[in-house]
Design a protein around this ligand. Structure first.
Ligand SMILES: CC(=O)N[C@H](C=O)[C@@H](O)[C@H](O)[C@H](O)COP(=O)(O)O
Length: 235
């Protein structure tokens, strides 16, 4: 990809909302047609990009929208802790399915195919896509940039032993990364309100990814139910 083409993709998501539409395992929404409909609906609502899991969903959505697709593939390959697009082969298949950007685990943890992170980054670039490194710390973000990642995302903060285990989104990491790396920083992970999304942009984020708060009706329902239950318990 030329520098102009890379910049064009990044410009298209600048300052905007990327919606993550994912459903795995026994989730009743686990059907590529459902994911496709939900994705198209969020684009109608103004999403400037989509974050999608697995080649089947990427293939189902690609013909319906013309926004950039951030593709990933979650695969648990024990004993490795790396599950977001864990190997070079998974990365290549995500590109083949139609992803514009491939999101992958950007930590230094051992990967199940034994390859270093840079092999996946090189393979994605060779296949003509951009790389989003999902990280949990500033050091991981700096290392991923040095290895050639095009974008860094705070996706894994709260999900590794090295990052704060908190309910709120990690705005501190967004700010630290934005000050220290040259590549765009995407804010992702536990953004539940429009206000939190604006806070991420103020902290220096290039774009914000929201999943659960938009595309998980089970979770959204549980928030209403919990609140009603609290009121009920007080009476
Ligand atoms: C940690 C991990 O595996 N995150 C995943 C990455 O693709 C997804 O499960 C999240 O839904 C996504 O990051 C968006 O975050 P939230 O759903 O909190 O808005």
């Amino acid at each position: 990809m030329t520098i102009n083409a890379v910049n064009d993709v990044l410009e298209r998501i600048r300052g905007g909302l990327v919606v993550s539409c994912q459903a795995r395992g026994s989730d009743p929404l686990r059907d590529s047609r459902v994911i496709a409909a939900m994705s198209a609906s969020t684009v109608q609502g103004g999403a400037v990009g989509l974050r999608l899991e697995g080649p089947a969903d990427i293939r189902a959505v690609r013909p319906l929208v013309d926004v950039p697709i951030i593709g990933l593939w979650k695969v648990d390959l024990e004993p490795s802790d790396v599950y977001i697009t864990p190997t070079v082969q998974h990365a290549q298949e995500v590109v083949a399915a139609g992803a514009t950007i491939v999101a992958l685990d950007g930590t230094a943890r051992p990967r199940p195919d034994g390859n270093p992170l840079i092999r996946s980054i090189e393979a994605i670039h060779e296949a003509g896509a951009l790389v989003m490194a999902d990280v949990s710390t500033l050091a991981e973000g700096e290392a991923a940039e040095a290895l050639g990642a095009d974008v860094v995302s705070t996706t894994l903060s709260g999900y590794t032993p090295d990052s704060p285990q908190v309910e709120a989104p990690d705005l501190t990491l967004v700010g630290e990364l934005a000050r220290r790396v040259q590549i765009p920083v995407v804010a992702e992970g536990r953004y539940r309100t429009p206000f939190q999304a604006t806070q991420a942009l103020s902290a220096g984020a290039w774009a914000v990814v929201v999943g659960t708060a938009i595309t998980a009706p089970g979770w959204i329902t549980s928030q209403f139910v919990r609140r009603l239950q609290q009121v009920e318990d007080q009476n």
